[in-house]
Structures are given as C-alpha cells and as structure tokens.
Design a protein around this ligand. Structure first.
Ligand SMILES: [Zn+2]
Length: 323
C-alpha cells in the first residue's frame, strides 16, 4: 500500500476512535457490592451507580457493605434508602468483603442505633435522599453523629431532587416501613420493643433515577405489584433499566416480578435483586433457585448482579459491557 494512503487510513482510524470515545464514556456503571465476589447471595441489595460525570449513588447499603471503611465504596455522593428495614438501611453488616460464605455470611458487626446508611453518609459526607417521613429520622441521626442534618434530603412522591447531575424521584412501593426500636434506643426504644411496635416514618418507596446520559432507571425497593409501575414508572418516567426485587415472601416473587417487568414497566434490561437465597454458584444461576425461575420467566434481557462485577448501560438501557 502507498505510504501516504496508509497514513491517511491511520489518521482516519484515530479520528474515529476519538469521536467514539465520548459515546463509550457515556455509560452508567452499575457495581453490586454483595457478600461474595462474583456471586449473587442472600443478603445482596447494595448497588453503586456511577454517572458518566462521576457522581456515585449507593442504593440500599443493607448488610453486605462492610461499614463505611469498605474499600469497594470509594467516593459516595448520594445514598438512597427505600425503607427502614434492617436489611436495607443496615442493622448489622459483614466484617469485611467476602467474610463468611454465600449461604452463611459473617454479619457480626452491629450498626445500631446509627444504621449503616448513616455511618457511611457521615464518613463520605454524602447526602441521603429519601421520601415519606424518613428525612427527619436521618437528619437527627446525622446531627447526633456530628454531621450536617441538611445532608438528609427529601424527595417525596411526584417531586424530585437533582444532585451531581442525577435526578432522583421516589415512587410507590407497596410494602411496610417500620423503624426498629433498635434504631430508636433508650427508654423509648425499650418500651416500643416490649410493646412489639415499630416507629412510623410513612410509606416505603422505590426510586426513579435519571442520569446525565439520559438513562432512566427504576429501583423497585421491596414492593408488591402496583399500578404505578405502569402509569408512573413506564408511562411518565419511561424507565429503560429496572432493578427488581424477586425474593418472594417479603416482596414480589420471581413470577410476580417477571409480570411487573414484562407487562408493566417494560424496560430494555432488568437486574434482579433481593433474592434471599444463594442465587448463583460460580456466577451462574443455581438450578432450582428463585433467581433461575425469574430468569426463565422474564422476557426482557436480565443481568445477574454478581458482586464486584461492573456492568455498563447506555441511555437506552442496553448493557454495553460487563454483562
Ligand atoms: Zn427487604
């Protein structure tokens, strides 16, 4: 080949690569912070969403984030808590990443009365964005921990807040939302425990996030089947990626979750969550599991949240890497 022509082709190739770079950089990165690297385990809820602009959002830290010093957290700008149950807000947590096993995690570290979410928020100077009556609870905990109560931010149904270029709205989750007396403490906490009652902080929530690349993601939280999944999440927000809880008993089971995804939300991709079982062995769905039942039932492409494995999604909700 003629030398100048070859150099011309090389220059074109470089130019094409430079033009393609911003598009590739526009993906939203989703990294599960589960119990065991490469697996989907019983307590796994926590996901980190990284906007293309670098904003990092931690969803339901739960019990698998090994406290504020968990090295997997890195920078955290925003923490989302769907509701106050211990497996979401964090009552106990892993001693370190990968402590224990997938079926028997080492949850020997207590986070009461502060909650794991608040301990992480204090260490990272992150904002906690919640709906219902949860912001006042988190503001009080942040203040008690020497933090800024203004870092507890409200996004109630129908409204939204934008932090670091990520628009955050809360949506209906049909669940319960009692504050455990362990998070209240003192004489009041003791009396509540004896009476068998939990504190009232309003309705549980899900979230809809809109990232700076245009991707809209629905995070179901613990929920049953609700009409809002069609009328609000699909028809209004147009969610293209969904994180759907599939564990049954406490939330939609695999069949109900597949109905929500295929019939109501209709995203381009779904990530199952909150299976309350050993969901995978060697990174593959365990035969006979609820995780496998969900993968079989759902028609939309489903991507397993394997701990530590980063997936990337484009603005249309298609997985472009790591799935
Ligand atoms: Zn739960």
């Amino acid at each position: 080949m003629h030398r100048t022509r070859w150099m011309g082709i090389c220059a074109l190739a470089v130019a094409a690569a430079v033009l393609a770079a911003p598009a590739a950089a526009q993906a939203v990165k989703v990294t599960p912070l589960g119990g065991i690297d490469g697996e989907f385990c019983a307590q796994d809820r926590a996901l980190v969403f990284e906007d293309p602009n670098g904003t990092r959002v931690l969803y339901d830290p739960g019990r698998t984030v090994a406290g504020a010093s968990d090295p997997r957290l890195g920078k955290i700008d925003v923490i989302l808590v769907t509701h106050m149950h211990g497996d979401h807000v964090g009552d106990v947590h892993n001693k370190a990443p990968n402590s224990g096993s997938c079926d028997k995690p080492d949850l020997s570290v207590s986070a009461v009365p502060n909650t794991g979410a608040v301990e992480i928020a204090l260490a990272k100077k992150a904002k906690i964005v919640t709906g219902s009556e949860m912001p006042a609870f988190f503001a009080a905990k942040l203040k008690a921990g020497g933090g800024d109560p203004a870092n507890s931010v409200l996004a109630r149904f129908g409204g939204s807040v934008t932090i670091g270029g990520v628009r955050i709205a809360t949506v209906t989750a049909l669940h319960s939302n009692g504050v455990s007396p362990d998070f209240v403490g003192g004489e009041l906490g003791k009396a509540m425990k004896e009476a068998g009652i939990a504190g009232d902080v309003g309705l549980a929530t899900g979230y809809v996030l809109r990232f700076s690349n245009g991707l809209v993601a629905y995070l179901s939280g613990d929920t049953g089947i609700v009409a809002d999944q069609e009328t609000v999440v699909r028809n209004h927000y147009h969610a293209r990626l969904a994180v759907m809880n599939i564990g049954d008993g406490f939330t939609t089971g695999p069949v109900e979750a597949a109905y929500v995804i295929d019939q109501l939300v209709q995203p381009a991709s779904v990530i199952p969550s909150h299976a309350n079982e050993v969901g995978t062995v060697g990174g593959k769905a365990r035969p006979g599991s609820k995780t496998e039942a969900f993968l079989k039932a759902v028609k939309v492409p489903a991507h397993l949240p394997l701990s530590g494995k980063t997936m990337e999604f484009d603005s249309a909700g298609k997985c472009t890497a790591g799935c």
